[in-house]
Design a protein around this ligand. Structure first.
Ligand SMILES: *Cc1c(COP(=O)(O)O)cnc(C)c1O
Length: 399
């Protein structure tokens, strides 16, 4: 697209924090250039002439014409996410689910088969369970350990979809192993990198074809906007953009502004939130009322070694099981004051939620066991508050 800085921003030239601030932005030197990102609040754009309009209709012009197709503010957000993931291009969408559905439908057609890790975001899980079979897309599930993966491949297998770390037990998928498998069978590999964020993990550099994000979470980071993104090489992003244009899950320029503003501080937020999460995990692990803490930063976590190998930090999310089961978990969630009882994650506010009343609602005892979720499990998104205040709140709520 004309004046689209995203197309110029091919590979990561600076450190990630510099890219978060300057990536995707137009040149801002000379007199009177805005330092903040202007919101191009328009649904449509003018043509200079009917000749230009004809050129566009013939596919010869890349001018902005209508915001569902592209918009300068969206292009800045796309350039920034692409720079953060070290990618050629990105497509921003109205939500994480818009990015995930457009990415998968950009790859899969009727008759194709998909292999997905079983522990994926609830919305993704339900899309694959309730919608894909009716479209003639068959879904096979594999555990995070990727055991038996080879047995699931058929000549119609087209795509491998993974999410790591998982919700809510923070189990990890061995990324080099997943990539080797996808390459061997020529599968398109897609990963949901929402939990790790580009600060802790860049799957494209490891060989994945596409990354998807719920930018609603850490990328935007302030619990005030719904947003999503698909990231990858230009070939794939052209295809996904076309899907977004068809399906209509385009981002609004106001949302793009909030996402851009949030991303500028992504690095420092995630780093401090990781430190807070480690302190919270260590406190909980020592607490007599806590049976188990799920945090990859703890040596007790089954994927601690893998986390050290493939992530640059242990993340901002954790879960823990209370010895008193559901009654104790409910009592805890009803007593926290600083931690808020709410869905979502990755924002500056610390949040708690009960998986059995949210992501894992209505699951059988068998399904819960397979997901390693107990009725007394509490999931925590650790925010940016002072560490001592967070610990003090946990202490009083557990007392
Ligand atoms: C929240 C979330 C999604 C869905 O994103 P929305 O922005 O709510 O559509 C997808 N994947 C993960 C891992 C999430 O946490």
């Amino acid at each position: 697209m004309k004046n689209n800085p995203a197309t110029k921003q091919s590979t990561q030239k600076h450190g990630p924090q510099t890219e978060a601030i300057h990536g995707g932005e137009p040149p801002r030197h000379g007199v009177g250039a805005p330092v903040g990102t202007p919101i191009c609040r328009t649904s449509t754009f003018t043509f200079s002439s009917t000749a230009e309009m004809k050129r566009w209709a013939e596919g010869k012009s890349k001018a902005y014409i209508y915001t569902r197709y592209g918009n300068p503010t969206l292009a800045v957000a796309e350039g920034k996410i692409a720079a953060l993931e070290g990618a050629e291009a990105a497509v921003v969408t109205a939500s994480g689910m818009a990015a995930i559905s457009s990415a998968l439908l950009g790859v899969l057609k009727c008759g194709d088969e998909l292999i997905s890790t079983a522990q994926v975001y609830g919305g993704t899980y339900r899309l694959m369970r309730d919608v894909f079979p009716d479209m003639g897309i068959k879904v096979h599930q594999v555990g995070t350990g990727l055991l038996g993966l080879e047995d699931l491949v058929t000549p119609r297998t087209k795509c491998l979809y993974v999410e790591t770390p998982t919700n809510p037990t923070l189990r990890l998928v061995d990324l080099p192993k997943a990539i080797a498998f996808a390459k061997k069978h020529k599968l398109v590999s897609i990963i949901d990198n929402t939990f790790a964020t580009p600060v802790l993990q860049n799957p494209l550099a490891m060989g994945f074809d596409m990354v998807v994000h719920s930018a609603t979470k850490a990328l935007a980071g302030h619990s005030d906007v719904l947003a999503g993104a698909a990231v990858g090489d230009k070939h794939w992003m052209d295809r996904i953009r076309q899907m977004v244009i068809y399906l209509g899950g385009s981002m609004d320029p106001e949302a793009a502004y909030l996402l851009i503003r949030g991303m500028k501080t992504l690095g420092v937020r995630v780093e401090q939130q990781c430190r807070n999460a480690m302190a919270v995990a260590e406190f909980l692990e020592r607490h007599p009322k806590v049976a188990r803490v799920h945090y990859p930063g703890l040596t007790s976590h089954p994927d601690h070694k893998l986390a050290k190998k493939q992530m640059r930090g242990f993340g901002t999310m954790l879960a823990f099981d209370l010895k008193g089961g559901l009654a104790a978990a409910r009592r805890f969630c009803d007593r926290v004051r600083l931690f808020l009882l709410a869905a979502s994650l990755g924002g500056v506010e610390s949040l708690v939620i009960l998986p059995i009343y949210s992501s894992h609602y209505n699951m059988s005892a068998e399904e819960l066991k397979r997901a390693d979720v107990s009725p007394g499990s509490v999931r925590v998104s650790v925010g940016l508050e002072d560490t001592e205040d967070l610990i003090a709140d946990l202490k009083q709520a557990l007392a």
